[in-house]
Ligand binder design. Structure first.
Ligand SMILES: C[S@@+](CC[C@H](N)C(=O)[O-])C[C@H]1O[C@@H](n2cnc3c(N)ncnc32)[C@H](O)[C@@H]1O
Length: 285
């Protein structure tokens, strides 16, 4: 089931005032009895769009390692560097799958800082993302927010706000940051990523990051996610690199997020925060 709401730029009637005005008010579609991936990640980033049940997951993870906090921030920094790079290569349309709750700098802001006409479609299966996304994007005619399960590739790619808004005959920036590790092995993550790769035009890019099995506590952190949310997989660098198969991997390849084209040289050895998520970018030939 795919749905999207509102027409950004048209002022279609939606009351999102709860999103900022009254933190005690919980919108009906949000289940605060169970943690959600988007809200747990928001809690890791120090955001305000989360509930006690979400913060409890972070607290449990922090008993194992402080890495999730720094890793979440490093992943957002990667998003900024990667999307900026793509926009500077002339990519002017982005499909951001598993986009998460709006944070300080989101794909549309980074891309539109380089090219004000850049178009972005955010896709997430958590309705809270749509609610907060609409509030943020209410006046941005170049951006859409779609609620959909990215495992249902046809539903996503045939959605009017995707296929009617992005031009699939031209290069697209396919952004899949910190989301594929929520696809379980039995759900065929390689097949899912390949299905999206197949639909984008030559000259498009895949930009992907993923939890990396790179230090002893990583598995215990995964177990916290599995217990709390039912979704979390660590994968090794080789497995993560395989998501880019058939595409031309850009230098420096799949590396811990702080090492992917840093703005300033990284001179200190990485701690677990830097190692928890690895990412890379590749071009479709
Ligand atoms: C850890 S957050 C990452 C957010 C953002 N991409 C980033 O890197 O900062 C993962 C997001 O993916 C979403 N997600 C997880 N599984 C999904 C699925 N099957 N379809 C769509 N979104 C999904 C979650 O709701 C969450 O908002």
């Amino acid at each position: 089931m795919v749905e999207s709401h509102g027409e950004p730029g048209t002022g279609e009637a939606h009351d999102w005032s709860w999103a900022t005005a009254d933190p005690e008010h919980v919108p009906p579609e949000v289940d605060t009895s169970k943690p959600s991936i988007a809200r747990v990640y928001d809690a890791a980033l120090g955001g305000k769009d989360n509930y006690a049940v979400d913060r409890a997951v972070i607290e449990e993870a922090l008993k194992i390692s402080p890495a999730p906090i720094g890793a979440a921030r490093a992943n957002r920094d990667l998003l900024i560097r990667g999307v900026r790079h793509l926009a500077r290569q002339g990519i002017d349309q982005f499909l951001d799958l598993g986009s998460g709750l709006p944070s300080a700098q989101n794909t549309h802001q980074v891309a539109q800082a380089e090219n004000p006409n850049a178009r972005v479609v955010y896709v997430d299966n958590d309705p809270i993302v749509l609610a907060h996304g609409q509030a943020l994007l209410a006046r941005n005619a170049s951006t859409r927010v779609v609620t959909a399960d990215l495992l249902d590739v046809t539903d996503v790619l045939d959605h009017p706000d995707v296929v009617g808004f992005l031009d699939f005959s031209r290069p697209i920036g396919l952004v899949m940051l910190s989301v594929v590790h929520h696809i379980l092995d039995e759900e065929d993550p390689v097949g899912v990523v390949n299905a999206y790769k197949a639909r984008i035009a030559p000259g498009s890019y895949l930009f992907l990051s993923h939890f990396c099995d790179s230090f002893p506590e990583a598995r215990a952190l995964k177990d916290v996610l599995l217990r709390a949310i039912g979704r979390g997989q660590m994968r090794g660098t080789e497995e993560i690199t395989a998501f880019f198969d058939g595409f031309e991997l850009l230098e420096p390849g799949v590396v811990p997020t702080p090492l992917w084209r840093p703005d300033t040289p990284v001179t200190q050895p990485l701690d677990d925060s830097g190692l928890l998520i690895a990412g890379g970018m590749a071009r479709k030939p």
